[in-house]
Design a protein around this ligand. Structure first.
Ligand SMILES: [Zn+2]
Length: 103
């Protein structure tokens, strides 16, 4: 039987028993996998999304994804730095498809 330690879930503040070995490794922060997934989504998903929209506006003189969409009528595509690359749909897509074999 493994040694167990009482831990408090970082998502629901619920007490649960975790393996002491996992606690010592810095694991066992959540009572269940679903709590971990929800918490990580809150941290990485929504927050990263917000930061990236801000980055896009910074890189494009205050224009955000919705502004590009209104302007060009497609789904705007941005690189990792938030710089506008083009848009999906219409002629842009066809150009990409024609070049597909060269990749
Ligand atoms: Zn939990």
């Amino acid at each position: 039987m493994a040694h167990m330690t009482e831990r408090k879930c970082k998502h629901r503040k619920k007490l649960f028993m975790a393996r002491t070995a996992d606690v010592n490794r810095g694991w066992a922060k959540f009572c269940s996998k679903s709590c971990k997934a929800i918490k990580q989504e809150q941290r990485t998903g929504q927050h990263a999304d917000f930061k990236f929209r801000q980055q896009i506006r910074d890189a494009n003189g205050g224009m955000g994804p919705a502004d590009f969409q209104r302007e060009y009528g497609g789904t705007p595509v941005f690189n990792r730095n938030g710089e506008y690359q083009g848009f999906m749909g219409g002629g842009f897509d066809n150009t990409l498809n024609q070049n597909h074999g060269e990749n």
